[in-house]
Design a protein around this ligand. Structure first.
Ligand code: SF4
Length: 419
């Protein structure tokens, strides 16, 4: 087909041809994705995108939207990087600086098991021992040289305590990932962006060597070589443009084409925080967020697991649930979102209600997706593989727990009360 000139916005009819073609062919080309990305603020183009993305998702994932009941363990909030939008990282002398002992990890894990959680999400700052002597000394006092030594032990505690860890610890070497693999059902690193521009002076990643796109891409590649089910994603709204967003999604798609290991892709909107250098940046509006979720589906194809966090766009959950996503990510009945502490998790019962209002079914999953559990045993260390049947049902989703049954009977009785 012939499109309007590259600098002219797409007309709804052109968008419709591109989207219909992509739904049938499975994915968009770079040029098609860039054209749609430039035009998705047009409500008519957005509508076309949403319809196509929802159909693509239906073909690959049916009417299921999944969620992982988890606990969030910020093992340490010290970090050697200084991204200008971050409030997670603290200086060692801050009253809010915190590093968890193994005893504290064990206590959190007990709380998670008691509330039916399966996933222990370890999320922490990047290599703080490189920047802070006090942290090096603390690690040494425990008998460890690095944060990864600490992390391996913490994952062991969580696994032996009855949960399945998922680690996102920033940049890890291939050797580090190989040490963590026996204790982790999956691992992750947000690619965030392939934009080298954002590493420039005055830009958000100038003081963040671990945000160098080449370094992040290399870790994705090495995780693929190790056969680790891997979570990636893009962070949108930190100064990147539409072309860079498309490039980031295509980079993730290429990695998955090579290794088959990208188990999910997150589209995460940036929320500006007071007390950061980026406090005055306007957040993306909800339509734009939903539009990029839809475009991500059409770039990545019907079989990819696509996630958008429900606590970052709470006003448009039904719209999001019809935008092509098939996962809400981790939601915790125990711990807050330490990355976005201002954004509370929706209760699981409410999330179920809103998902069903969009005509979808909410199913609980493990920190690794059913297709890996059912079809790719080679993606797990033997001890992890042996543990999976304790948590997964025949479809590879989470076994029904006492907590799920209680929530469901509670929402049934509410429904009857309203009738
Ligand atoms: S690398 Fe992560 S934890 Fe560290 S400053 Fe950047 S966003 Fe914050």
């Amino acid at each position: 087909m012939s499109l309007p000139a590259p600098d002219a916005p797409l007309l709804p009819g052109d968008a419709n041809s591109l989207v219909t073609g992509a739904v049938d062919a499975g994915r968009l080309s770079r040029e098609e994705a860039e054209r749609l990305g430039e035009s998705l603020r047009d409500p008519r183009v957005l509508e076309v995108l949403l319809e196509g993305a929802f159909e693509s998702k239906r073909r690959g994932k049916g009417d299921v939207v999944s969620v992982s009941r988890n606990i969030f363990i910020p093992l340490t909030n010290l970090c050697r990087d200084r991204c200008t939008y971050c409030t997670f990282a603290k200086q060692p002398d801050s009253p809010d600086a915190k590093t968890y002992t193994l005893g504290e990890v064990d206590e959190l894990v007990r709380g998670g098991v008691a509330t039916g959680c399966i996933e222990a999400l370890f999320c922490l700052g990047d290599k703080p021992e490189v920047a802070y002597r006090s942290h090096r000394d603390w690690l040494a006092a425990q008998g460890w040289a690095t944060t990864v030594d600490h992390l391996v032990e913490a994952c062991r505690v969580a696994f032996e305590g009855g949960m399945l860890p998922h680690t996102n610890a920033g940049i890890l070497s291939q050797e580090d990932m190989a040490r963590l693999r026996p204790w982790n059902a999956s691992m992750g690193l947000m690619l965030e962006t392939t934009s080298q521009r954002l590493r420039g002076r005055g830009m958000p990643h100038f003081h963040a060597p671990d945000k160098d796109p080449a370094v992040r891409l290399r870790m994705h590649e090495e995780a693929g070589e190790l056969a680790i089910p891997f979570t990636s994603g893009i962070l949108i709204g930190i100064g990147e443009n539409a072309e860079e967003r498309v490039d980031s999604l295509l980079a993730i798609r290429d990695l998955h084409d090579r290794h088959g290991h990208i188990q999910e892709v997150i589209v995460q909107p940036f929320h500006p925080k007071p007390s950061t250098k980026m406090w005055a940046v306007s957040p993306l509006d909800d339509d734009e967020v939903v539009g990029w979720v839809a475009l991500a589906r059409l770039i990545l194809g019907p079989d990819m697991n696509l996630q958008a966090p429900p606590n970052l766009a709470p006003a448009v959950l039904e719209m999001l649930a019809r935008s092509g996503l098939n996962d809400w990510g981790g939601v915790s009945p125990v711990t807050i979102d330490f990355i976005n502490p201002e954004a509370p998790w929706p209760a699981l019962a409410l999330l179920r209600e809103r998902t069903e209002a969009a005509g979808q079914r909410l199913l609980e999953r493990l920190p690794v997706y059913p297709e890996y559990i059912l079809e790719r045993p080679d993606f797990f260390d033997p001890q992890l593989r042996a543990a999976l049947p304790r948590f997964a049902n025949d479809e590879g989703f989470a076994r029904q727990t006492q907590h799920q049954s209680m929530e469901e009977s509670a929402s049934c009785s509410n429904a009857f009360t309203e009738m």
